[in-house]
Design a protein around this ligand. Structure first.
Ligand code: SIN
Ligand code: CO
Length: 369
């Protein structure tokens, strides 16, 4: 983390006083920052079908939303507009590097880097997000208005979640390299002054309902109960259409054998959080180099994870793009380093790791650095 990022606060101080609690504006958080993408590069991304993009504008007081990919990057549009591109960290090393400046937050909480381009007066309207966000100004200026309002009623029927009654209490004009941190559900509205680009480092969390549904899905795959329903000594029912108490009791006893503990939850979280998003696909090499050639490339340059790979761990269990495995003792330290740094120096790659990395390479999960 660069020292200016949090305006003189240490990561610990930021986490204690601001994270999930209150906004923070940092002037010159990234000195000299002019963005990762040019306007043209960003609008080009919005034409790609492997990238999630949206365009937002306001026509005569009505908000409009169109989802990409867009056929081309020019619009004959009267009035201001914004194009937003999500998940740019999955396709650009520089975008990924910007996201990783926020390494003082666990990777399990990190979501993506969204980038927007707006023409003069453009914005997505007053709204709130359900996640923590660091809004970093790229080129141009933006006027941010924010408010700690409790009333988060949204305009019904609008294509975007917009606040019915936005009451800002603070306002700033941000310049390139400035950063605004907002906790979840903090009302805000950013309006471009001239052409501007904004980089949003977002930390979306799952709702409890999403977590519960995903956990039940996970349990379904891992549950294993022996035996079968049986009823020797069955009594003749009064009414054969009625489900008996004996049946209910026996099934309840069977279901109570489904159990889980913190280890189950850890394994669930690891696979769930490292699972690639639905539109993420890996590109295995078309004609992979031989294992020998791979070994000599890694011996020269080390190994790096693909930009889309998620490698998390808990204790000795590792989670790689939705799959889990227990690492033998001699691999653990190196794998933990790789999970953090995303690359591993040649001298840290032992022969058993080399073998695993070759498989990863053939799946497109990593490559010689
Ligand atoms: C934007 O970049 O235009 C919008 C970001 C936000 O308000 O969350
Ligand atoms: Co927002």
């Amino acid at each position: 983390m660069i020292s200016t990022l949090l305006g003189g606060l240490s990561a610990d101080e930021f986490l204690r006083d601001y994270w999930q609690r209150k906004p923070l504006l940092v002037r010159g958080a990234l000195p000299g920052f002019s963005g990762v993408f040019s306007k043209t590069q960003l609008l080009d991304l919005a034409t790609r079908d492997d990238v999630e993009s949206r365009r937002v504008w306001n026509a005569d007081g009505e908000w409009q939303l169109e989802r990409g990919p867009f056929a081309n990057r020019t619009w004959r549009q009267k009035g201001p507009w914004t194009v937003l591109v999500s998940g740019t960290n999955l396709i650009s090393d520089d975008a990924d590097a910007l996201l990783r400046q926020f390494d003082f937050i666990p990777q399990a909480r990190l979501d993506d880097l969204m980038v927007s381009f707006a023409t003069d007066g453009g914005g997505v309207g007053p709204h709130f997000d359900n996640y923590d966000v660091f809004l970093i100004q790229g080129i141009g200026q933006r006027r941010w208005s924010i408010g700690a309002q409790r009333d988060l009623t949204v305009i019904e029927g609008a294509p975007l979640r917009l606040l019915k009654d936005f009451r800002p209490s603070r306002e700033w004009i941000v310049e390139p390299g400035d950063l605004l941190y907002l906790p979840p559900q903090y009302a805000h509205d950013g309006v471009a002054i001239g052409e501007c680009m904004t980089y949003s480092v977002g930390f979306r969390t799952a709702t409890n309902q999403e977590l519960a549904e995903a956990f039940l899905g996970y349990l379904q795959e891992s549950v294993s109960l022996n035996g079968r329903y049986a009823d020797p000594g069955l009594k003749r029912p009064k009414n054969s259409a009625e489900i008996s108490s004996e049946m209910i009791e026996q099934v309840a006893a069977t279901l109570s054998r489904i159990s889980w503990n913190k280890q189950t939850v850890a394994n669930f979280l690891g696979t769930y959080l490292s699972e690639p998003k639905p539109h993420v696909f890996f590109d295995p090499p078309e004609s992979p180099m031989s294992e020998r050639k791979f070994a000599s490339a890694v011996a020269r340059r080390g190994f790096r994870l693909d930009i889309k790979t998620q490698l998390l761990f808990r204790g000795n269990r590792f989670f790689l793009n939705g799959e889990s495995f227990d690492a033998p003792l001699e691999q653990r330290a190196a794998l933990k380093l790789l999970a953090h740094d995303r690359h591993l120096a040649a001298n840290a790659v032992n022969p058993t790791l080399l073998c695993a990395f070759y498989d990863w390479y053939c799946s497109g999960f990593g490559a010689p650095a």
